[in-house]
Structures are given as C-alpha cells and as structure tokens.
Ligand binder design. Structure first.
Ligand code: NDP
Length: 425
C-alpha cells in the first residue's frame, strides 16, 4: 500500500474505502457495497437457514502489509474481538522483509462410508480394493459435473476398525479421496458417498452405519512459512535474538501442555476464522479440521513450530484447509463475493494459502507480545473503545472516553461511566 498522509488506521471508514479503491484493491461496485453494507435480501436470508428472524451484524476490517508468495494482499477479516486485525497487520509488517511462503501439494477431501456387521471382514476389505474401478464409475454417475471439472474420486483406502471398549464391534470403513476443485465440497462428497454406498453394502454383505465427509482433511494440507531476521525483531527491551529464542521456547511449550496449546491455537484461529467468515466459508468445518490435526500425534498440541536458523526466526504452520471460492453460502452472500475480489483470489487453493498465512501471522503477533510486554497492553488499549460503547458513549464521545481510559492506570466500566459523565457536563 502506498504511503498516505494519514495512516490507514487513522483514516475514517470512507477514506479507507477510497484508499483501497484508488489503489486498485476494490472495484467501484464493491466500494459502494461496503459503504452501504446492505442487509441480505429477505428471500436469501430466509432460505439460507431455518426459523430466520433477523440478520446479525459483525464488523469487517482489513489486515495490511501481507506479502504472500511474492504478492501483496489486503486481507478482509470479520471479527468482533478488538486487536486481532491490528496484531495481524503488525505481525505481517515485521515479517514483510521476506513475506510469507506457502506450500500446497494436493487438495483432496475425504469421505467415509462406514459399514458394520460385515460377515467376512478381511475378505470384504480385499474385495473392495479390487473394485476401485467400479467405485470410480459410480462416483462419476453420482456427480458427473465435478468429474467434468477434473475433480471427483481420486483414490480409495479401506480400513478395519475395532471397538476395544464396549462391544468388540468391527467396522469396515471405506475412505474416498475426492477432489472438489474450488468448492469446499461437503455436498459434493456426500452426494458421491451416497451414490457408492448401496454398491458397497451389496459387495460386502454388511450394513451401512453412515456415509459422510470427514473434516479431518489430511490430504488437503497447506503450509505457511516465514523467515524473520533478528534485526526486525529488536524491541526497546530485547535484542532480536533474545526475542526469537523466547518465541521458540513458547512454541515448544505449546507442544507439551494442552492447557497452553488450546490458547495458543485459539490465537491462530482468531485470524483464520476471521477470513473464513469474511469469505462466506464454514468456520466450524475449518475449526474441526484444525483441532483434529493438532491432535494427530495422540496429544493436543500447539499448531505452529518456531525455530532459529542462523540470524532468522523461522515460523511454520500446517493445517488442513477445506475452504472454497464457490458453492455453499459463498455464492449467495454478496459481501463474501466482494471479499474474494478484494483478496484477488479465484481458486480454493489460493484462498487456503492466504488463510494459513494469516494464522501464522496471528500466532507470531501473540507470541511476540506474550514473551515481551504481555498482551494486555495492546489488547486493553483497543478494548477501551468497546468499554466506552458499553457505558453509552456515542460518536465522538467514544474516542474521547477511550483516550482518557488509555491514559488511566486502570480501565473498567465504573471509570468509563465517570469519564462519560464528565465529558457530557
Ligand atoms: P455446493 O454444493 O453448494 O457447491 C458445490 C457446487 O458448486 C458443485 O457441485 C458445482 O456444481 C458448483 N461449482 C461451480 N464452479 C465450481 C468449481 N470451480 N469447482 C467446484 N464446484 C463448482 O457446496 P459444497 O459441496 O462446497 O458444500 C459446502 C457446504 O456444505 C457449506 O455450506 C458447508 O457448510 C456445508 N456442509 C458442511 C459439512 C461439514 O463440514 N461436515 C456437512 C454438510 C454440509 P455444478 O457443477 O452443478 O455447477
């Protein structure tokens, strides 16, 4: 972003939108959409969910300073928590010398057909393995268009799982690896699964327990890395090397202690969920996959790994990322479509690459603050605005009450109420 006379965060909302448009990030149409933030059309809102009674608003901001695989990105984030966007933008700025790099090797999602009461389970397993061609034909018939797009069923794996606790029941599970191209893919997968299940039941003489996608998408991993020179980490209290070492220790600790891992990962998901929501994707699916992946070693662990190489701090985050740029609510929500344009992404892979970098940046911001000045300083400073609104401040009063709160050694609602009364006098 080019240098403005006023910093982006100091601009009014309309000035920010004008800046984004004049710099070519926003089209005139999307600028108008963001200015008005219109409600969804009633028929759209009413058909998206059941028992609809209203529409619920959340603020949207943008994170700045990101360079991802050599491309500058403006990142839309929908989030109600103060300081998430500021922290993310600041982290991206510190990491901007080398930016973020991503790796995405393949993007196949997983569906499961779970069979029970299979009479000769070992033979049935082998039988399925010799009928993969039939499964491919049936999958194509169940969802021709995804196969025409170059996606669809790519691979079949079969496992026998046994319950050792209550029933000693054995299950025969057929895992179908399905490429869903630019869709998140839940409906595509479920359609294919239901298309192949009767054949599998017939072949194995078992009973179908269920056929459903898995959110543990280990064949749709995306990895972000960043490399931050010590020089860019130096603060008034710490040398860059000292700070880097503390960040490494913090990430090691988050792998050891699930109590810390949960909060470490919550910070990562602050960034990830905000972009997932802004682009109309399903945050519950992404969360489920991320936390399952964090438990893949038999213990719930911190999702990031930080290490030191020569004179740099190196960060890594790998997660499954089942997001789409079409389908689901994405194509129905005008703001989601506008945000994909703002991000300048058109494929699900490009979107996954952006989201994983935001997660890594968010973790860097949190760890950097936690091992140095603590997070409350930055957090409470931004929380001051929410506190001012909570006690009834309006328009210019909000910034005035927040400013006075920030100058005060303590910050609470009683003080905010007092300050508001004084201003109004
Ligand atoms: P959709 O069925 O809405 O969208 C997929 C369809 O988009 C495709 O079948 C295809 O239809 C069309 N399409 C157009 N362009 C493309 C392209 N480039 N690549 C791929 N498809 C394209 O949604 P999904 O299958 O993505 O399912 C996502 C929804 O499912 C989300 O709303 C999610 O919340 C929900 N869900 C999630 C579950 C979970 O996570 N456990 C469970 C159940 C539902 P065509 O070829 O006909 O144009």
């Amino acid at each position: 972003m080019t240098k403005q006379t006023k910093k982006f965060y100091q601009q009014t909302r309309l000035e920010r939108l004008t800046t984004l448009t004049s710099e070519g990030h926003l089209s005139e149409n999307n600028q108008a959409l963001f200015i008005d933030s219109p409600l969804l059309k009633e028929d759209v809102a009413n058909s998206l969910i059941e028992n609809q009674i209203s529409q619920f608003h959340l603020p949207q901001g943008v994170a700045l300073n990101f360079t991802i695989d050599g491309e500058n990105k403006i990142i839309p984030m929908v989030v109600e928590e103060p300081s998430v966007i500021a922290a993310c933008s600041n982290a991206a700025k510190i990491a901007s010398r080398n930016g973020f790099t991503t790796i995405l090797e393949k993007r196949e999602l997983i569906g499961q057909v779970i069979l029970k009461q299979v009479p000769c389970i070992e033979e049935a397993k082998q039988l399925i393995e010799t009928h993969v061609d039939t499964l491919l034909v049936l999958a194509k018939e169940a969802h021709p268009s995804i196969h025409q797009r170059g996606g669809g069923l790519k691979e079949v794996r079969v496992s026998i799982l046994e319950d050792h606790t209550l029933t000693s029941e054995q299950f025969l599970t057929v895992y179908l690896m399905i490429e869903t191209k630019d869709a998140m893919g839940a409906n595509i997968i479920n359609t294919i699964l239901e298309g192949v299940t009767p054949f599998l039941v017939d072949l194995t003489k078992g009973t179908a327990l269920m056929s459903i996608l898995s959110n543990f998408n280990t064949d749709a991993l995306v990895k972000a890395t960043c490399q931050i020179p010590f020089d860019d980490l130096t603060t008034s209290t710490y040398s860059g090397k000292e700070l880097a070492q503390k960040i490494v220790e913090a990430s090691i600790y988050a792998k050891l202690d699930p109590y810390r891992a949960a909060t470490h990962n919550k910070g990562i998901m602050n960034g990830i969920d905000s972009v997932v929501i802004a682009t109309g994707n399903d945050p519950r699916a992404v969360e489920a996959g991320a936390h399952a992946y964090a438990s893949r070693n038999g213990r719930y662990e911190g999702m990031t790994t930080w290490s030191i190489d020569k004179k740099c701090l190196i960060g890594e985050l790998t997660l499954p990322m089942a997001v789409g740029t079409v389908g689901g609510a994405i194509s129905v929500l005008p703001m989601a479509k506008a945000n994909l344009e703002l991000l300048n992404v058109s494929t699900s892979e490009e979107l996954a690459r952006v989201i994983i970098c935001v997660g890594l940046a968010q973790n860097f911001a949190a760890l950097r603050a936690l091992v140095s000045e603590g997070i409350q300083k930055g957090h409470m400073s931004l929380h001051a605005n929410s506190l001012a609104i909570q006690v009834g401040a309006e328009n210019e009063e909000i910034e005035e009450v927040a400013r006075l709160l920030r100058e005060s050694p303590i910050m609470n609602s009683a003080l905010a109420t007092n300050l508001l009364e004084q201003i109004r006098k």
